[in-house]
Design a protein around this ligand. Structure first.
Ligand code: HEM
Ligand code: HEM
Length: 175
């Protein structure tokens, strides 16, 4: 297996980043919904800290993935089962990145405008609180989460539809 992408195959680095992000997201999304239902107290603070650490890891991973994509070719989608399929596939990938960046950046801004200290890129950051803005960024956090869930469902459905309807195993490109 190549370390980096070729025009026909994803390399090890892309695959590793892809599955690490998937794994973290499958923990992070339920954790977020679980956390907001908890009563205020020690347990909630602990879970929120874990949520922030995992969230920031997903944020750094997204940046690394975009850099990796910038310096590497994107493997071509070989076959097209219907008109516009390649475009839809690429659009799904772009929107997945956009929703992840929106969720993580809005989460970061919600915490910062709450007046809380956050360690970003190895630097402690704290700004003047603004609770209205914190609320607005939290609304964005929630909307972007539902968008991500829809995009992920379509992403996974596409793999299943390709396998069973178009008889094409696209999953092997990513493993
Ligand atoms: C069970 C879960 C998942 C499966 C089975 C899966 C499967 C795949 C497959 C087969 C491809 C290659 C598509 C192609 O080029 O034709 C792909 C690419 C991609 N997937 Fe997933 N995926 C999963 C989860 C995720 C998650 C959670 C994300 C969240 C960001 C994601 C984001 C992407 C992106 C952005 C690409 C384009 C390549 C890249 O930039 O890394 N996938 N996925
Ligand atoms: C892709 C990464 C992330 C996902 C999938 C995610 C998901 C979620 C979800 C589903 C909720 C519950 C929303 C609701 O129904 O009210 C939530 C809440 C929250 N998230 Fe995230 N989040 C992510 C990243 C982050 C980051 C990076 C931060 C901050 C640095 C953050 C901070 C918060 C906070 C403060 C809450 C509210 C907790 C509370 O009300 O006590 N999240 N998140």
């Amino acid at each position: 297996m190549h370390l980096t992408n070729t025009i026909s195959e994803y390399g090890f680095i892309s695959k590793l980043f892809h599955w690490l992000t998937a794994l973290l997201l499958f923990v992070q999304i339920p954790l977020g919904f679980y956390l907001v239902d908890l009563d205020f107290g020690k347990e909630r603070i602990n879970f929120e800290n874990i949520h922030v650490i995992i969230g920031l890891s997903i944020f750094y991973l997204a940046i690394l993935r975009l850099l990796n994509n910038f310096f590497n070719p994107t493997p071509k989608i070989k076959t097209s089962s219907f008109f516009g399929q390649k475009f839809i596939a690429r659009l799904n990938h772009v929107l997945l990145y956009l929703s992840i960046l929106t969720i993580t950046i809005s989460g970061i801004l919600k915490k910062l405008f709450n007046g809380e200290k956050l360690n970003l890129f190895f630097k402690d950051i704290q700004i003047q609180d603004n609770f209205d803005l914190a609320d607005q960024f939290y609304d964005i956090h929630i909307i972007a989460n539902y968008t991500l869930i829809v995009l992920l469902t379509l992403h996974i459905l596409a793999v299943i539809i390709h396998r069973y309807i178009f008889k094409e195993n696209i999953l092997k490109k990513m493993i």
